[in-house]
Design a binder for this molecule. Sequence first.
Ligand code: MN
Length: 246
Amino acid sequence: MTTLLISDLHLHTGQPDITRGFLDYLERDARHADTLYLLGDIFEAWIGDDYLGDLERQVIEALRRLSDAGTQLYFMHGNRDFLVGEDFAAAAGATLLDDPCLATLGRQTVLLMHGDSLCTGDEEYMKFRAMARDPEWQAQILALPIEQRLELAKSLRMQSSDANTQKADAIMDVTPAEVEAIMREHGVSTLIHGHTHRPAVHEFTLDGQPAQRIVLGDWRPGRGWEVRVEGDAPPRLREFAFQVRA
Ligand code: MN
């Protein structure tokens, strides 16, 4: 049994190298996996399942080929692609996951999250998150004409990058007490998440027991990150170079 977990590809038309690397990853690495978890911010923006550009279409088709070939696909929302919906999931052959979500990887039950909800120090973002995850707000946005949604996505992205350059480093990372609380609540000793773009394996003690938090990295041109679980072996965080097609 092989399980792969990835996040934070932030696919968009401005980074065709990453899109190509991802499509190759789906065709090669993921083809040999039993399960692939997409843990949020796969897309830099998503304005609704009814708007598909070339990139979105290509990705959906590649995911479909993978799920048709027998790999189980799970998709968790990030803070960028929170409007991905059931139509996308049905087209890709994926199952949408709640955040957080328990998963059995090998012999272990682990907790999976995107990670944004752990960054409680960023009060401004937490307010936005509460709004953006509200089904009524989402329905209102999805009812807007596509042009207006594109504009909105653009302005949200600009606002967030302006705000983030002004925020202290610690605010942009997870709140340790929040990590402990959610792990305790779900009775796990391993948490896997992305979002912060600070790939690392953090070992610590939780209520006297060894615990770990594995943080996935963001994909860059030519380089990706995954967590790989082979059989009963513990999860392994790995950076790799793309095999770019000639
Ligand atoms: Mn994120």
